[in-house]
Design a protein around this ligand. Structure first.
Ligand code: NAD
Ligand code: MG
Length: 371
C-alpha cells in the first residue's frame, strides 16, 4: 500500500467556489487550510458528535490553535436524532453564546448528521456565517459534505427544514475512515458506486476491480474513489446548484430507497446507503423491465454490490407490502403534480430522468425483489 498525496477537487460555483481536499493527514492541516480559505478567521467553532469528538476533536483543535485560531466546540449525541429542531436551537444559542460574528467559521467535524445540522446553523446564524466541512464518514466524504444542502428533520419527514449554504472548504481526511465501522463504510460505498452508475462506466469498471481492496483499507484507492466521486458531484452541482433539473440524477436508487427507509423507520435496521444499494438494483431492474437497459448490466449492478457485502434486496425476514412501498414513493418530497420522477438507466453510466413510468412496472420490480 502506498501513501498517496492529497488531491484537490475544485467546485466551480463562481464567487461561491471552494476546494475539496482529499487524502491522509489532513486533520493536522486544518488550521492552515482554514486560514487560507477563510482569510481573517481568528476564531472558529467546531460542531461534532460524541463518537467523533472522542476520536478527532483534540487533533483538530490543536491544528487550529497552532494556526492562531481560537476554538470553541459544541458536541451533540451521535445519530440521526440530532438533526432536530431542538438540537438546532441548542446549537444556535451556543454559537451566539460563543460570540459568533459574521466572519466566524462554523466547522462540522463528523458524518452527514453533524454536517447537515451545523451547515443549517451556519446558514441561519446571523443570516449566514462561513461554513467548513471536515467529513469523517465515507458517505459524508463522497456525498453530503459537497453541494451545499443542509437540513434538519421535521416530524413530517426527513430534511424538510433546511437551506442551501455552500461550504468554504471541505477537508476529507481519509485516515478517519480507519475507525469507521465496516457497515457504515459499505453504506458510503453505495453512494460512491452511484456515480459510476449515473455517468461514468469506466469508474464502475474500476470499482468492480478495486472495490474490495478499497473497503479493506487501501488508502490510495480510497483517495482516488473519493476524488472521482467528488468530481462527479461537483460537476452536477456546478451545473444545477439548486436542483432545478439534472441534479436530480443524484437520486438514482433513492426513490425506492426512501420507501424502504420510511418503512423501516430511518434507523439501524437499514442504513441510508444500504437502502440506496437496494434502490439502485431496483432502478436497474425497472430499467430492464421497461426495455431500456440490457439485463446483463442490471445483473452486474446486483452482483458487484452484493460482492462488497451490501444488501441488494429488502430483508426477506421482514414483511413488506408492495402497495405501502408505492404509497411512500408517492409521498416523497420530490414528487411533482403527483408524478414520480424516476432515475432510470440505458446501461451502466447512462442514467436519465423519466416521469412517465407505468405504476405496474414499478409494482413488478418491487414484487420481484420481495419474492
Ligand atoms: P452519521 O453522521 O450519523 O455517521 C454515522 C455514524 O458513524 C455515527 O454514529 C457517527 O458518530 C459515526 N462516525 C462518524 N465518523 C466516524 C469515524 N471516522 N470513526 C468512527 N465513527 C464515526 O451518518 P452519515 O451516514 O455520515 O450521514 C447520514 C446523514 O447525512 C443523514 O442525515 C442524511 O440525510 C445526510 N445526507 C445529507 C446529504 C446532503 O447533501 N446534505 C447527502 C446525503 C446524506
Ligand atoms: Mg443519498
Amino acid at each position: 500500500m502506498s501513501t498517496p498525496a492529497a488531491v484537490t477537487v475544485p467546485v466551480a460555483l463562481g464567487e461561491r467556489r471552494y476546494d475539496i481536499h482529499i487524502g491522509p493527514g489532513l486533520l493536522d492541516r486544518a488550521g492552515d487550510l482554514l486560514r487560507a480559505a477563510v482569510p481573517g478567521a481568528r476564531r472558529a467553532i467546531v460542531v461534532s458528535d460524541e463518537t467523533v469528538a472522542a476520536l478527532y476533536l483534540e487533533r483538530v483543535r490543536t491544528a487550529l490553535t497552532s494556526a492562531g485560531v481560537e476554538t470553541g466546540a459544541h458536541i451533540v449525541p451521535a445519530g440521526e436524532a440530532s438533526k432536530s429542531l431542538s438540537r438546532l436551537e441548542d446549537l444556535l444559542e451556543a454559537l451566539l453564546g460563543f460570540g459568533l460574528e459574521r466572519g466566524t467559521p462554523v466547522i462540522a467535524l463528523g458524518g452527514g448528521v453533524v454536517g447537515d445540522l451545523a451547515g443549517f446553523a451556519a446558514a441561519v446564524a446571523l443570516r449566514g456565517v462561513p461554513f467548513v466541512q471536515i467529513p469523517t464518514t465515507l458517505l459524508a466524504q463522497v456525498d453530503s459534505s459537497v453541494g451545499g444542502k443542509t437540513a434538519v428533520n421535521s416530524r413530517h419527514g426527513k430534511n424538510l427544514i433546511g437551506a442551501f449554504h455552500q461550504p468554504r472548504l471541505v477537508l476529507a481526511d481519509t485516515d478517519t475512515l480507519d475507525t469507521l465501522p465496516r457497515r457504515e463504510l459499505r453504506a458510503g460505498y453505495a453512494e460512491t458506486a452511484k456515480y459510476g452508475l449515473i455517468g461514468d462506466a469506466a469508474f464502475w469498471d474500476w470499482l468492480e476491480a478495486h472495490g474490495t481492496a478499497l473497503l479493506d483499507g487501501d488508502a490510495a484507492l480510497r483517495t482516488e474513489a473519493i476524488a472521482t466521486s467528488c468530481r462527479a458531484k461537483a460537476a452536477v452541482v456546478a451545473a444545477d446548484e439548486r436542483e432545478a433539473g439534472q441534479r436530480a440524477l443524484l437520486n438514482l436508487g433513492h426513490t425506492f430507497g426512501h420507501a424502504l427507509e420510511a418503512e423501516t423507520g430511518y434507523g439501524d435496521a437499514l442504513l441510508h446507503g444500504e437502502a440506496v444499494a437496494i434502490g439502485m438494483v431496483m432502478a436497474f431492474d425497472l430499467s430492464h423491465r421497461l426495455g431500456l437497459c440490457p439485463g446483463q448490466d442490471a445483473e452486474r449492478v446486483r452482483r458487484h454490490l452484493a460482492a462488497v457485502g451490501l444488501p441488494v434486496r429488502p430483508d426477506p425476514a421482514r414483511t413488506w407490502d408492495v402497495e405501502r412501498l408505492l404509497g411512500h414513493m408517492a409521498r416523497d418530497k420530490k414528487v411533482k403534480d403527483g408524478r414520480i420522477t424516476f432515475v432510470l438507466a440505458r446501461g451502466i453510466g447512462r442514467a436519465h430522468l423519466q416521469d412517465d413510468v407505468p405504476a405496474d412496472a414499478v409494482r413488478s420490480t418491487l414484487a420481484a425483489s420481495l419474492t
